[in-house]
Design a protein around this ligand. Structure first.
Ligand code: C5P
Length: 233
C-alpha cells in the first residue's frame, strides 16, 4: 500500500490546523518532535479525528526497558506508524515489538538506520564505524528485519539494494523527495516522486515542497499522482 506522507513540521497546533483545513479527504501525515513536544500527545488524536493517518516520528533510542515503556505509552495514541533508531540494537528493537503485543491493531514499526545527515566521513571519524556507509545501512536494516520490524527509513537511492537483499515486502520509507521545480532546502541526495516510484519506495515523506507551497493541496495531489503513477492506494 504505497502512499505520500506529509511531514507536518509546524511549530504549533494553530499552524497545523490551518494547513490541514484544505485537506478535506484523508491523507497520511507525519508528526515529528517539533510539533509533538510543543503540543503534547493530544495533537495526535486531534489529527486522527479529522480522518488522517499518523506516522509518529519520535525516533526512540534508549535502553530496552525504557523503549518498551515509551512504545507502550505512544501506542495508546493508535498511530499508524512509529519509529526508533536501529542503533539502539536488536534487544531494544525486540522489546519495542513486544510492547505492541497487546494491541489488536498494531502500528507499523520502522527503524532509522543511519541519519541521512551523516556522511561517510562522520561515520568513520566521529563514530569510528569502519564499514562503508552503504554496508552499515544494510547491516542495520537486516538486524531491523530480524528483530521483527516492518521496515526502515532510508534514502530512495538505497531502496533497490535493500529490496534485493531483504525482500520486496520489507518497507522503505524515503524522505529527501523534491519535485523538479522545487528548492532543495537542506536536503542533498534528493530524488523526484517518479524516481522514487521507479526505485521501489513504499512511502515517500514530503515536507517543505508541500507545506511551503502557495497551493499545498494542489502540489500534494500532483506529487501523489506522480508517485503512484495511476496506482490506487
Ligand atoms: O521538508 P522535507 O521534505 O525535507 O522534510 C523531510 C522530512 O523527513 C522532515 O520531517 C525530516 O525530519 C524527515 N527526515 C529526513 N531524513 C531522514 C529522516 C527523516 O529528512 N533521514
Amino acid at each position: 500500500m504505497k502512499d505520500v506522507i506529509i511531514a507536518l513540521d509546524f511549530k504549533d497546533r494553530e499552524e497545523v490546523m490551518e494547513f490541514l483545513r484544505e485537506f478535506t479527504e484523508p491523507v497520511y501525515v507525519k508528526v515529528g518532535m517539533e510539533l509533538y513536544y510543543a503540543e503534547g500527545p493530544s495533537i495526535v488524536p486531534e489529527i486522527k479525528t479529522l480522518g488522517h493517518k499518523v506516522f509518529l516520528d519520535l525516533k526512540f533510542h534508549d535502553i530496552p526497558n525504557t523503549v518498551m515503556g515509551a512504545v507502550r505509552s505512544a501506542s495508546s495514541l493508535d498511530v499508524d506508524m512509529m519509529n526508533l533508531h536501529a542503533m539502539g540494537g536488536g534487544e531494544m528493537m525486540r522489546c519495542a515489538m513486544e510492547a505492541l503485543n497487546h494491541k489488536e491493531v498494531k502500528p507499523l514499526m520502522i527503524a532509522v538506520t543511519i541519519l541521512t545527515s551523516m556522511d561517510e566521513d562522520a561515520l568513520k571519524n566521529e563514530l569510528h564505524v569502519e564499514f562503508p556507509l552503504e554496508d552499515e545501512v544494510l547491516s542495520l536494516a537486516k538486524m531491523t528485519k530480524d528483530s521483527g520490524l516492518q521496515g526502515v527509513v532510508c534514502s530512495a537511492l538505497e531502496v533497490p539494494r535493500l529490496k534485493e537483499k531483504l525482500g520486496k515486502d520489507f518497507l522503505t520509507i524515503t524522505p529527501g523527495i523534491r519535485p523538479l521545480e522545487s528548492a532543495l532546502g537542506d536536503q542533498r541526495r534528493v530524488v523526484t516522486p517518479s524516481m522514487a516510484r521507479e526505485l521501489g519506495s513504499d512511502y515517500i515523506v514530503v515536507g517543505r515542497p508541500i507545506t511551503e507551497a502557495e497551493y499545498p493541496y494542489e502540489v500534494y495531489k500532483k506529487i501523489r499522482n506522480e508517485f503512484l503513477g495511476g496506482e490506487e492506494r
